[in-house]
Design a protein around this ligand. Sequence first.
Ligand SMILES: Cc1cc2nc3c(=O)[nH]c(=O)nc-3n(C[C@H](O)[C@H](O)[C@H](O)COP(=O)(O)OP(=O)(O)OC[C@H]3O[C@@H](n4cnc5c(N)ncnc54)[C@H](O)[C@@H]3O)c2cc1C
Length: 605
Amino acid sequence: QGLTESLLLSLVHEVTGGAYEPPDRGVPLPQYDFVVVGAGTAGCALAARLTEVAGWSVLLVEAGGRENFAMDIPIVANMLQFSEANWKYRTQPSDKACLGMSGHRCNYPRGKVMGGSSVLNYMIYNRGHPNDYDNWERMGSEGWAFKDVLPYFKKLENMMVPELRGDSRWHHRDGPVSVSRLPWNTPLGKAFVDAGLERGMPLVDYNGAQQVGIAPLQVTLNNGSRWSSNRAYLSPLRGRNGPSAGRGVLHVLKRAQVTRVLIKNQEAEGVELVRGGRRFTVRARREVILAAGAINSPQLLMLSGIGPRQHLQDVGIPVVADLPVGYNLMDHVSAGAVIFLVNDTVSIRTERVTSSQKDLIDYFSHNTGPLTIPGGCESVAFLALDGNTSGWPDLELLFVSGSLTSDVTLKDGFGLDRKLYQQVFGRVEQLDSWMPLPMLLRPKSKGRVMLRDRNPLRKPLIFHNYFDHPEDLDTLVDGVLESIKMSNTRAFQRFGSRLHDTPIPACRHHGFGSRDYWRCHIRHFPFTIYHQSGTCRMGRRGDPLAVLDPRLRVQGVGRLRVVDASVMPMIPAAHTNAPTYMIAEKAADMIKEDNGVAPPARPSK
Ligand SMILES: Cc1cc2nc3c(=O)[nH]c(=O)nc-3n(C[C@H](O)[C@H](O)[C@H](O)COP(=O)(O)OP(=O)(O)OC[C@H]3O[C@@H](n4cnc5c(N)ncnc54)[C@H](O)[C@@H]3O)c2cc1C
């Protein structure tokens, strides 16, 4: 009976999907105070905060459609990449990386849905290290030091982990973004933490006093389900929006793509957008704010004439402001496809959990069980490599209680060459396995986003430039070697954990397991951890490397800001969702201040 009830419940949710989010306005008004482009992590947070001001009107424009119930189920996170909720970007072919992917191109997913990438993400909640933000300030982003941003990290947080809730030095309970631990773990997830302890790593709250160490994940889940930005910030507005509620007005336009910012006399006047084949122009009395993410915000700026002069001239767009838009693309790349086999049925295999009546009932009726594990991610280690005593980690090992072979969609999610996949992994496809994702936290290589042409509906060109800097590759090799040590601990040997050792044919000549072999392996299978950022970086006013000033205003163009992951001058040693929320929270206060409204209350210190 439990199962039937569960399925009926899902059907009801599916039909009424997105019922908690603000409705689609259909046709916009001709004018608003603010037009916010993109309802992703930053856009939802920002729009919600701006409508706290009575008398302000905000239009939030989103290219994707509504969020639905299936998107809330953590275990299917990677499957969403095959849906229309993904922009389905691919990087340009490279001879340095993605060599094991079809066409030497890596997939680069981005959310295209209410909630943006916070709907596609793996929900890992991570702030980064104080040095990340102190470094931002040193690089010219005045007001973004850790002491300045910590209050905003706290403001967004509803910490639900019992032992952290009371730690008011680092955490907060009243924010919109729910943070919890996984309600359920596999034996392997626990083994990873034990293995870390065995290797001498301390158990840490990595969002607290010390990041380096080992820990079960903190995740943006509420009651076992995804807590997206749409859910966190927009659902509370439904039904209590508008002047009579003492708030501003929020209109949301879904499946509407902004094609250009309208600029006159070096000031943004509004946007042009297309929706259902119709073209609309919407004016902004106060400001246009781009929150379209690290690929689409630079694309939109360039389409509007703001970008590198030569590039704009090459594609035939009149130059409004000559700025380094699209440069400084950063991501956290990992050493993918390093897998360890185990003897017992202790890992997550998607087809096993989604066809288990018990697991389905556990999820739908009790909000627990394997379906609550976001794509199999359970625990994490942050490592400072030899000689680094700063506490600012170089490397992360993200533990996944399954591997490339545990889910039929994963290899295609990353875009692996099918023949190569069969050669290397076909033999072990049916076995239980786990995967550490050694992830480079402070990459030195930088990529670039460029326009293909002046057509706003064509995908931009993305050059990841992974491993341009040789140190990046070496750090990842260290990560693979540490993962092998983790597998050799007593905690993992209980399960007979062993490295899968079928070599990649093109790397075999290096000798399986040598540093050169791993370099070659990583060049074949670099997995993005989806943290694209930095392409509209902020910096000191007048800095030729900066697109924005530290108040996130586009240099040389009035009434235009960017508020999303693209503003980061340097990618933090963190998964980027929480830092993006922080950026939006801080931006909301700056925008209020700059428009003559004192921020409502100082966020808690
Ligand atoms: C698969 C995946 C897994 C991830 N896992 C994690 C994780 O576990 N933990 C973590 O911290 N981070 C994770 N991230 C990264 C994190 O989610 C992002 O850094 C964050 O969501 C970025 O927020 P944003 O506001 O910059 O952009 P987005 O959230 O991507 O929002 C941009 C929005 O703008 C819309 N848009 C774009 N162009 C236009 C246009 N022209 N007109 C109208 N709308 C437009 C998009 O459709 C989108 O909704 C993951 C990301 C992905 C894709």
